[in-house]
Ligand binder design. Structure first.
Ligand SMILES: NC(=O)C1=CN([C@@H]2O[C@H](COP(=O)(O)OP(=O)(O)OC[C@H]3O[C@@H](n4cnc5c(N)ncnc54)[C@H](O)[C@@H]3O)[C@@H](O)[C@H]2O)C=CC1
Ligand SMILES: O=C(O)C(=O)Cc1ccc(O)cc1
Length: 367
């Protein structure tokens, strides 16, 4: 597609969408705007944008597609500003915010003026932020939730999906309230819990500093998202406060329930509690990226000798397979250790498995 794409907020999500659009629509011109000049410069150096904007208003007024990829309170401010500009008649405006109800309420000022606004939420990302972390494959196979206004035509929705085709995401239309309730359960509330677990660990660590070393394994996995951008999450939490407060009440009831089982030493109930959680979790689809994107882990039994890490990573480098993380689990007492390699896609993990099967005799398994 040809035309002028204006990306406002050149961080992880804005930068990644820029890469996807550039890849699929090389004839489009991408203009980028960010309050942080370093992000603007880096986005241009990385070839994500063609030009840096020096006027939010002028570039908005000449754009065919405007993407707002800023923290959600900022997005509301930008939407209000856009409503006072002389925008192109056929412009499409979308956002990437993690919450939708409040943004859609604010965006009704655009809708009332006949300007096409479609709320968007690519359900993939990372705890990293900034354009340096942006990548083209970030949204591959992820759900991309869209919240159009009722009167939005099929043509406009299709045009937006066409612009975003390079994401290779699965577009799904949902209503804003439903969106916030669902993402509240699977993304926003887990974020609060992850942060609270870290606070609990910090408190214990002050009394006994050995704790931080013990917290290196599984604890790091379940609290990874607590390393995300605090400003972005403060905004999400306040936007979705009603849903979160309700979930918190439910959670407290749940804690009381398990507390009671432990207090009374009710073996059967405790086992049943864990069994039900295991059954539901084991049945969750493993291939979908979901709301909190997973990394694809490959566990390898490796002998404990110097150089084993470079041996394994060397084979992967020869095949140009990229890793996102590598760690050794030190929980085993025999001579073998378990190396955990994380990949961005299931495809990369499969290629790595085939490659290492061929080059080494190490036993491998998936999580
Ligand atoms: N990080 C993630 O994994 C995901 C984030 N989102 C949503 O996407 C949005 C962007 O998130 P990220 O890219 O992760 O954040 P980020 O922190 O990487 O980037 C946001 C950028 O917006 C810029 N910015 C802030 N206010 C601005 C304004 N008024 N005008 C121009 N630029 C401004 C910041 O300088 C920053 O460069 C947020 O609304 C977030 O809720 C959605 C899906 C995943
Ligand atoms: O890092 C992670 O796993 C995330 O949770 C990323 C994320 C953050 C915000 C969203 O709205 C969707 C995904």
């Amino acid at each position: 597609m040809k035309g002028k794409v204006f990306i406002v907020g050149l961080g992880l999500i804005g930068g990644s969408l820029g890469l996807c659009i550039k890849d699929k629509h090389p004839e489009a011109t991408i203009i980028g705007y960010d309050l942080n000049v370093n992000e603007q410069r880096l986005a241009q150096t990385r070839g994500i944008i063609d030009e840096i904007s020096d006027s939010f208003q002028l570039d908005a007024e000449s754009a065919d597609l405007i993407i707002l990829s800023t923290p959600v309170f900022q997005t509301e401010i930008l939407v209000k500003q856009l409503s006072s500009f002389q925008l192109k008649r056929n412009v499409i405006i979308t956002d990437t915010g993690s919450t939708k109800e409040q943004i859609m309420k604010t965006a009704s000022i655009l809708n009332n003026k006949g300007i096409s606004f479609i709320g968007g939420h690519p359900m993939a990302g990372s705890h990293k932020s900034g354009v340096s972390a942006a990548k083209k494959i970030l949204f591959e196979n992820a759900f991309y939730l869209l919240t159009p206004f009722e009167g939005t035509t099929k043509e406009v929705k299709e045009e937006l999906c066409e612009w975003l085709q390079g994401t290779s995401a699965k577009f799904v239309v949902v209503n804003p309230r439903e969106h916030d309730e669902l993402t509240g359960v699977v993304s926003h509330f887990p974020h609060v819990i992850a942060a609270s677990l870290v606070h609990q660990a910090k408190f214990s660590n002050e009394k006994n500093p050995v704790l931080s070393r013990l917290a290196a394994g599984g604890f790091r996995d379940i609290t990874r998202i607590a390393s995300s951008n605090p400003v972005m999450w403060k905004d999400i939490t306040l936007h979705n406060r009603e849903v979160l407060l309700h979930l918190m009440e439910q959670w407290n009831e749940e804690m009381n329930l398990i507390q009671q089982m432990i207090y009374t030493g009710n073996e059967e109930a405790i086992q049943q509690y864990f069994q039900e959680a295991k059954s539901f979790r084991d049945e969750l689809p493993a291939k979908d990226k979901g709301a909190i994107p997973s990394f694809y882990d490959l566990y390898i039994d490796v002998p404990d000798y110097p150089g084993v890490i470079s041996e394994v990573t060397g084979y992967l480098a020869e095949e140009r397979i990229s890793l996102t993380n590598i760690r050794i689990l030190e929980t085993r007492e025999d001579i073998y250790g378990v190396m955990v390699l994380s990949f961005q896609t299931d495809g990369d993990r499969e290629r790595a498995r085939t490659c290492l099967n061929h080059k080494t005799g190490y036993e491998m398994f998936l999580a």
